[in-house]
Ligand binder design. Structure first.
Ligand code: GDG
Length: 472
């Protein structure tokens, strides 16, 4: 039975230096839970960066041994590589471009060179572990060149690629000086997956316009190889979030918060710090809600969790300042001795506290400017055992394609967002239940395990079809 190798920028375990020892902790996140059951199976493995700069060869060897006991193979990156490949090309060129923020994109030759070099480093690490019959599943925008590099070394390999962020319109892709190389890199795969059909269509159009390769029925001919392109909307580990919300720990946290909040109603917002997430726009809409509907003052609070992220990239630091300032201003204007309009946390919380916030909130605000999928929306739904609660969801999150029972809004339309908050707060219980029940059925069924299964089955099928055609 051929083995499966998962490749992503980060491993599902985070190695951290604490004083004079190293700690190994599972990193949270959908990918780790979704693929956890796969990479731990006999013979399978996960290749990626462990999140640590090693000091010497002895430490490198120690980390490698520890991780290999749990089916992981580390790719060690230097500080310069993290600066140029990760913060540079990945997060200052690709991330803003693919999320339609070209005004933040930089185009540095040194960053590109580092991106190529690190993709090669990943390629060497995968090849050191992969046999000719293996299935290799590459993830995300940090590794767009890897499928083609692997294909060159192993023409017969079964290679899948999944993009977790949006694939933008051709008009954005054409701006990139390295657009052809990036598209060719992806086309090294046998199967390329996106969260939505919209992203998939943009990709096909870019391939056709940049490389002159037409597509037919979701298939592109590349050097006599048929590459299949399809949409696989990613799900969550539904039972895990439902159980976390139902746990004693989450109930206890909720009760403690409730005591302080008394009967104040709660709107919730949870994101990584990112300009794509629409955090500042959301704050302005909440401010407008309090100004336009004074009856909600002292009745409603916004609990906003912002998880620190990429703070070495300039735009993230200035976004943090903007958010701090907005929260300060709104709280100063509206607060009373007994009521705080916005409870703002800039840190990450353990899962059971996150779950208690999902329990506590009547309304979740998921209003990104652009978002590949957005798992927070799905986790909120999975946490609502009593089917009460309203999701306000941006039409520009991949999740909006599936969750049509949410209140769907345009995140740049502050007016509409403010009205959606008001509508959510006055929505009758019966309507909340109807909408929530429909969304729960969908999120429970199309979970992260079925996502993994669908992708890998389609990859096997695509490869089989290719081989049949080749022998005909
Ligand atoms: C990328 C794409 C796509 C957040 N705060 C805490 C915490 N979280 C967890 C959430 C959720 C995850 O982080 C965030 O996932 P998202 O999907 O919302 O966003 P990105 O990180 O931008 O992920 C995105 C995703 O990839 C998957 O393909 O959906 O569009 O941008 O799971 O719960 N978890 C804990 N404490 C926190 O404070 N434990």
């Amino acid at each position: 039975m051929p083995q499966t190798i998962i490749v992503s920028n980060r491993l599902p375990t985070k190695v951290q230096r604490t004083d004079d020892s190293l700690s190994f902790q599972p990193s949270e996140g959908g990918l780790a839970t979704g693929l956890g059951s796969i990479y731990r199976q006999e013979g399978n493995m996960w290749v990626g960066w462990p999140g640590l700069f090693v000091q010497d060869e002895a430490e490198e060897q120690y980390v490698t041994e520890q991780l290999s006991a749990d089916s992981m193979a580390p790719v060690f990156l230097t500080e310069a590589e993290i600066r140029d490949f990760y913060e540079g090309f990945s997060n200052s060129t690709l991330w803003p471009t693919f999320h339609y923020f070209t005004q933040f994109a930089t185009y540095e030759q040194t960053h590109w060179d580092a991106y190529v070099a690190v993709n090669e480093k990943f390629c060497a690490a995968v090849l050191a572990h992969a046999g000719p019959e293996d299935t290799i599943w590459v993830h995300d925008y940090q590794l767009l060149l890897l499928p083609e590099m692997l294909r060159r070394a192993r023409p017969e390999a079964t290679i899948g690629f999944f993009l977790h962020i949006p694939f933008p319109s051709y008009e954005l892709i054409r701006v990139l000086p390295w657009r052809s190389e990036l598209l060719r890199g992806m086309l090294g795969a046998d199967l390329i997956g996106f969260h939505t059909f919209g992203y998939m269509r943009h990709f096909l159009s870019a391939v056709s316009q940049v490389l002159g390769l037409p597509a037919q029925n979701g298939q592109i001919e590349v050097e006599q190889r048929a590459v299949r392109v399809d949409a696989f909307p990613m799900g969550i580990d539904y039972d895990r979030y439902a159980a976390a919300a139902d746990s004693d720990a989450a109930r206890q946290h909720e009760a403690a918060y409730r005591e302080v909040l008394r009967d104040t109603r709660v709107i919730l917002s949870i994101d990584r710090l990112d300009y794509t997430k629409g955090i500042a726009q959301r704050l302005r809409a909440f401010e407008l809600l309090l100004a336009r509907y004074p009856e909600w003052r002292e009745q409603v609070s916004l609990i906003m969790l912002v998880v620190p992220s990429r703070d070495q990239v300039a735009q993230y630091a200035s976004l943090k300042e903007e958010i701090d300032e907005l929260v300060g201003r709104i709280n100063a204007q509206f607060r009373t001795i007994t009521w705080t309009p916005i409870h703002y946390f800039y840190r990450s919380l353990p899962l059971e506290e996150l779950a208690s916030l999902y329990r506590l909130a009547e309304v979740a605000l998921v209003t990104p400017m652009r978002d590949g999928m957005n798992l927070v929306a799905k986790e909120f739904i999975a946490s609502k055992a009593d089917q009460r609660g309203v999701l306000i969801l941006s039409e520009r999150a991949g999740a909006a394609r599936e969750l049509s029972d949410a209140l769907i809004i345009n995140p740049t339309d502050t007016n509409q967002l403010t009205e959606a908050m008001h509508d959510a707060l006055v929505m009758p219980e019966e309507e909340q239940r109807q909408r929530m029940t429909a969304m729960q059925a969908l999120v429970r069924r199309y979970n992260v395990f079925s996502w993994t299964r669908l992708f890998l089955n389609q990859l096997t099928y695509t490869k089989m079809k290719q081989q049949t055609l080749a022998t005909e």
